[in-house]
Design a protein around this ligand. Structure first.
Ligand code: GLP
Length: 240
């Protein structure tokens, strides 16, 4: 059973997870973080800024959950750019130690395997931050994803493209495909933190935490993990 923490605001949740990350990095300077993108983890990254002063983060390693396929890494909404802007630069991490899946078309055939190898070589992910999509996806594992899946290319649901259109000038610019850590990859992380805020996430959160374990709601895979902390606000907890 996951530990469920309901807090008044997303900022409170961000502070709680940031404190966990700081403790981890103090205990293990080369900790391996699993980094999520989207709006949900932003309060965590914001809270970390005021907490990393005086802490040696030079050896911290990180792996992003996912990336768009065929997007220029320099595009401001590539997840590489987002992680650089929101995490690497403000926290002063070494960019060479922070990886995102490679969404370049030329190397996409082996990009998933390469990423899995890199995670394994790092000794696995210590702490994985997760958001959840309105479809119940984690990473970009849309409904129907196998619980055994590893990093691979997926097609984005129309709903997910519509949800993410706010980051682009128009929905037509949202890529059709992504490369994402699989559910099996995510389940290998040693501690999962699933965060969700707002009423729009309430149904997905309830399904993930209390519903049947089913690939129709990929977030329900967290029920198979021995160490999960779910951090939500009242609105996202409203259907629990
Ligand atoms: C995005 C990301 C996920 C994220 C989810 C929710 O598409 N690929 O990693 O958790 O959808 O996004 P948000 O936090 O912006 O609601």
């Amino acid at each position: 059973m996951a530990e469920i923490i309901i807090l008044p605001t997303a900022a409170d949740a961000g502070a709680l997870v940031a404190d966990e990350i700081v403790s981890l990095v103090k205990a293990r300077r080369d900790a391996v973080l699993g980094l999520a993108t989207g709006s949900t983890p932003v309060p965590v990254y914001d809270a970390l800024r005021s907490r990393v002063d005086g802490i040696d983060v030079s050896r911290v390693r990180g792996f992003a959950l996912d990336e768009y396929v065929g997007i220029d890494p320099a595009h401001p909404e590539s997840y590489r750019s987002v992680i650089t802007r929101q995490v690497v630069e403000p926290l002063g991490l070494d960019p060479a130690l922070i990886r995102t899946p490679d969404g370049a078309l030329a190397t996409i055939a082996h990009a998933g395997e390469d990423y899995e190898r890199a995670i394994a070589a790092a000794g696995g992910i210590d702490l994985q931050i997760l958001g959840i999509g309105t479809s119940g996806h984690i990473g970009f594992n849309e409904p129907g994803s196998s619980f055994a899946s590893r990093t691979r290319v997926k097609t984005l649901l129309a709903q997910t493209r519509a949800d993410n259109a706010r980051f682009f000038d128009s929905i037509d610019e949202v890529p059709m495909h992504c490369i994402t850590q699989g559910l099996g990859t995510i389940l290998d992380a040693r501690h999962l933190f699933l965060l969700a805020f707002g009423e729009a996430k309430a149904q997905a959160v309830a399904g993930a935490v209390e519903g049947p374990v089913t690939s129709s709601l990929p977030g329900s895979a967290i029920q198979l993990h021995p160490h999960v902390t779910v951090v939500v606000d009242e609105a996202a907890a409203s259907q629990l």
